[in-house]
Write a protein that binds this ligand. Structure first.
Ligand SMILES: C[S@@+](CC[C@H](N)C(=O)[O-])C[C@H]1O[C@@H](n2cnc3c(N)ncnc32)[C@H](O)[C@@H]1O
Length: 250
């Protein structure tokens, strides 16, 4: 197995593939000022196994297209949406976020929780803009510095993981410079990291290592997770996921 296959094998067992919560998905949705009773067209990009797509389908009329690069996650989402009777509202597409199948101005809402970093925040909001109707909304969560300064070691760690990590004021400026009007910004609660993401993944560590016979690659994956968790435990007052809701302007 390659490292990527191992990562997919690990994350397909988790309820969420990143920090977040149903309440925060709903909170972001509450800032979207569109008539939610009309048949909306929504894309959930980098949907993973669908924690946000399910909430959107439960709370909106219309069609949700959930896009992810990996079929293992989409299979899980399809199973869940069938169980919940939401399969007609959620269509899954195996595609890269850099090569989306939408027409220009087709979408009312673009949603992406903890996923836009895969193509970079600025690149993503620029390339996805054309798919949104004027007046349509973007809702993305993205790792964000929540203070102006921070320990050097932490800064180096996250810059190495994701060089576009930045403060909310800089992210909001990027939105403004690219044809969006920022509507709301809030940060995810610490429990959305700890209870909803880190604790559930920690429970999987030993079974994953056993399954992969303690291979070097499997051990490296778990060690990297542990390091990230250690930083969060120590430095959680310096960063979080920021949730950005913005409207496409002409
Ligand atoms: C951190 S997870 C977030 C998943 C989900 N939105 C959530 O909050 O639980 C990032 C997701 O992006 C997907 N992904 C990575 N690269 C991608 C790409 N180039 N195109 C589409 N999806 C991608 C991964 O498979 C994964 O499901």
């Amino acid at each position: 197995m390659t490292e990527l296959e191992l990562l997919i094998d690990f994350y397909k067992e988790t309820e969420r593939q990143g920090p977040g919560s149903s309440n925060e998905t709903l909170k972001a949705l509450s800032f979207i000022n569109i008539d939610k009773k009309q048949k909306l067209k929504i894309a959930d990009i980098g949907c993973g196994s669908g924690s946000s797509a399910i909430i959107l389908a439960e709370n909106l009329d219309g069609q949700i297209t959930a896009v992810d690069l990996f079929p293992e996650f989409l299979d899980k989402l399809n199973l869940k949406s069938k169980e919940l009777g939401l399969h007609e509202k959620i269509k899954t597409i195996e595609k890269s976020m850099e090569d989306l199948p939408f027409k220009n101005e087709e979408l009312d809402i673009i949603w992406a929780e903890g996923a836009i970093y895969n193509m970079g925040f600025e690149n993503g909001i620029k390339k996805w803009r054309k798919y949104l109707k004027t007046g349509g909304y973007l809702a993305v969560s993205e790792i964000t510095w929540i203070t102006n300064t921070r320990p050097k070691e932490l800064e180096e760690f996250w810059n190495n993981e994701y060089p576009e990590i930045d403060t909310a004021s800089n992210k909001i400026k990027i939105l403004e410079q690219n044809g969006y009007s920022p509507v709301r910004y809030f940060i995810l609660a610490q429990n959305s990291w700890i209870e909803n993401y880190y604790k559930p993944i920690e429970k999987l560590f030993s079974a994953f290592l056993k399954k992969h016979k303690n291979s070097e690659m499997a051990k490296n994956i778990i060690e990297a997770q542990k390091e990230e968790i250690k930083y969060y435990q120590k430095d959680k007052n310096y960063y979080s996921y920021g949730f950005y809701v913005a409207k496409k302007i002409k």
